[in-house]
Design a protein around this ligand. Structure first.
Ligand code: MIG
Length: 704
């Protein structure tokens, strides 16, 4: 058996794990030592690498910092932070030995990865109730795959969700949305979705639509859809306290909200002012809340984003009173440095206080559980509520759903976006480094706010960021209301044109991106991988990634850089791509290179004996016509590709359903090509470009 389970105390079933693993005796525990208060320790060597922990700050290698899994509404993603929105408690250690560790626990977990002591990894669970899984395997890839088998298949998004999405907090009415759509059409930029932020709601109430700003919503949705554009509304965790509002009334009547110590619905304040939190840990509550999505689905909606579900708390009555009292006490006083900063801090720390998370309760299977002990399951189960409802509403249909807060387990129900980043170059760098770790933890459909959420974006940052986001399954430009506009047409004509080309490139890459994404989901593999997952003996390169099986990318993420260093672990084909339509390939030898990368260029590397599949762009995913595909193969000995495609709408996917399988083998001065296609193959023609190690190109057309 490759997975061993050890139990500490008694822990609530988080339903993160789908395999039934028998508990092992702690005396037989490999790798880790059990210390004081069940701390798990491991002696670190200088060059050990720790992958995983999904959504977190810092590098791909997590070694050398302390991380706390406690889902937090944290808009600073700077390297001094310990927690952001998620709890992804899986890591893989690579050193003289390799193994994976998963802490299955609904509450806080502390991963001290050589922070307190440089040579010690120490994992602590303050509540002391958790299940530990140790995952073994012969390679990093195998361990990651074994882990994914343990936690179950990742959520699969509909194909249209691979199109470009435009979003902004501040599109306040239909006219604003239509202007955005017009901006894309006028500038001939492909687009598949526009997100609706909280402004579409009536007084920030979930499952309501502001009739003045978004009247005749159904026809509005229909009209846009006829142009290939879907609207994606936001749903918040907190339910506004307002008599006569059905969600509130029903929730109170049926006891569906989390309660305070007096068994009264717990009151916190978020967007709409005072709210109650649905008790998503409860099956009935999930069924009830999930059913509410139908209100919007009946109006033609096919995708959602779930926000503020850590859950975020702006303030509680108690915390507000404390700071207001303090302010009154300070009135007319001569505040010195200490008392002034104490007052100042009390306001700054009024949100998301541990004290508040300790003051409300869930009722699960007749048991009362204090929220902080199961905190990390909240966003997970909100998204699960939606997914379970979708399954009931339209069992064979794929919906788009992505969440802000998440924990392992939720990866089966939805994707994530990585929250409130900034229009900073360092946020782009963090985005690049976070993607492989998210994949390792099972979150394949994911992406960041392209261009940055907070702060003002610059044209060059937006261009560089799009050059990376064109590879992320969720490709969404989102920004906050008080920032400079960052739609692709908001800057100079040359920037609009550069962004149009990059977005077109994305659409042309969808045959490859979708095929690789689907295979990753169905076969428990990673779509984004650290370099070492394929080149295990090499040093880890933090700013180069493998995308699917055929590509390596080396994004530029520094301002005013028109080139960068790249390390090739083997010979590769380099394509300094501006437009996917203009191709020139160069074989680069293994080793270090400095490559020139113009602002408009995206460096692409095709691995040896691998094949890249390209189509053509269109105005949206629904209009893609991939009857004819281009295959670019770098062949030394033999390159193979299994091309997966399906309708992208239903759940009738199958990991054996390859449209075609191709193998290209070098034979002296010729190539032997084997092509197998299914009977009703969607693809009718393949245009092959085969590049050999001398850089010589050979072209051939194949008809299916
Ligand atoms: O307190 O709905 O992360 O994407 O635009 C901010 C408004 C609440 C946080 C989300 C962001 C969204 C914003 N929300």
């Amino acid at each position: 058996m490759d997975i061993k389970k050890f139990c500490f105390g008694s822990v609530m079933n988080t339903e993160a794990v789908v395999l039934d693993i028998k508990e092992s005796n702690k005396n037989d525990m490999p790798y880790l030592k059990i210390g004081f208060q069940n701390e798990l320790t491991y002696e670190l060597k200088k060059k050990d690498i720790i992958y995983g922990l999904g959504e977190n700050v810092r590098g791909i290698n997590k070694k050398g910092w302390i991380y706390e899994s406690f889902c937090s509404d944290e808009f600073e993603h700077t390297e001094d932070r310990k927690s952001i929105y998620a709890a992804h408690n899986f890591l893989i250690l690579q050193g003289s030995e390799i193994f994976g560790v998963f802490i299955d626990c609904p509450g806080k977990v502390i991963f001290d990865l050589g922070y307190t002591k440089g040579d010690l990894m120490c994992i602590k669970v303050p509540e002391n109730n958790f299940d530990l899984y140790i995952i073994q395997g012969n390679s990093l890839k195998e361990i990651a795959k074994n882990f994914r088998e343990l936690v179950g298949k990742s959520y699969i998004a509909p194909k249209w969700a691979f199109g470009y999405q435009q979003s902004r907090w501040g599109y306040k009415n239909k006219e604003d949305i239509l202007n955005v759509v017009e901006g894309f059409k006028k500038n001939d930029i492909p687009i598949d979705g526009v997100c609706l932020d909280i402004d579409y709601m009536e007084r920030f109430k979930d499952f309501t639509i502001d009739k003045e700003k978004f009247g005749d919503f159904e026809n509005f949705v229909k009209n846009l859809k006829s142009q290939g554009i879907r609207l994606i509304p936001i749903i918040d965790a907190g339910v506004k306290i307002e008599k006569g509002y059905d969600v509130y009334d029903e929730g109170v009547e049926n006891g569906y909200f989390c309660v305070d110590k007096n068994n009264k619905p717990f009151v916190a304040a978020v967007w709409p002012g005072k709210v109650h939190f649905p008790d998503f840990l409860n099956e009935d509550v999930r069924a009830w809340f999930g059913e509410k999505y139908k209100y919007l689905i009946d109006k033609g909606i096919e995708g959602f984003w779930n926000d503020m579900n850590e859950p975020a708390i702006f303030y509680t009555e108690k915390s507000l009173k404390q700071v207001v009292d303090k302010a009154y006490e300070s009135k007319d006083k001569n505040l010195d440095v200490h008392s002034f900063f104490e007052l100042n801090d009390s306001f700054l720390s009024i949100s998301n206080r541990m004290e508040d998370y300790k003051s409300f309760y869930h009722r699960v299977h007749g048991k009362i559980i204090r929220h902080d002990k199961v905190h990390n399951l909240y966003g997970y189960n909100m998204t699960r509520a939606a997914a379970e409802a979708f399954e009931k509403i339209a069992p064979n249909k794929r919906f788009l759903i992505f969440s802000r807060s998440s924990a392992i387990g939720m990866h089966r129900y939805g994707g994530i976006w990585t929250g409130d980043n900034k229009a900073w170059w360092s946020s782009l760098e963090l985005n690049i480094k976070m993607m492989p770790n998210l994949n390792i933890c099972g979150f394949i459909y994911s992406g960041a706010d392209t261009g940055g959420f907070a702060c003002d974006c610059t044209e060059d940052l937006l261009i560089r960021w799009n050059e990376f986001s064109m590879f992320t399954p969720l490709y969404r430009n989102h920004s906050a209301n008080d920032t400079r506009n960052q739609e692709p047409y908001s800057f100079s004509p040359s920037t609009t044109s550069a962004l149009r080309t990059i977005i077109e490139n994305r659409y042309a890459y969808i045959p490859y991106i979708y095929s690789e994404y689907m295979k990753a989901c169905m076969e428990n593999e990673c779509y984004f991988k650290p370099m070492t997952f394929e080149y295990e003996d090499d040093n880890l390169i933090e700013d180069q990634l493998l995308v699917g099986d055929s590509l390596m990318i080396a994004p530029v993420y520094k301002q005013n850089a028109f080139g960068r260093y790249v390390y090739l672990p083997e010979e590769m084909v380099f394509w300094n791509m501006v437009s996917y339509q203009n191709r020139s390939f160069q074989v680069l030898p293994k080793g270090h290179h400095y490559i020139e990368v113009e602002l408009e260029a995206t460096p692409i590397f095709i691995r040896k004996d691998k094949i890249l599949v390209l189509g053509k762009h269109s105005s949206c995913v629904d209009y893609l016509d991939n009857k004819e595909l281009d295959l670019i193969a770098f062949v030394d000995e033999r390159a193979c590709y299994n091309y997966y495609d399906d309708d992208g709408i239903t759940k009738e996917y199958n990991n054996q359903d390859f449209q075609f399988k191709i193998s290209i083998e070098k034979k002296d001065n010729d190539y032997e090509i084997d092509l197998y296609a299914i009977e009703n193959c969607i693809v009718k023609k393949l245009n092959l470009t085969i590049i050999d190690t001398q850089g010589k190109e050979f072209k051939k057309e194949l008809f299916i």
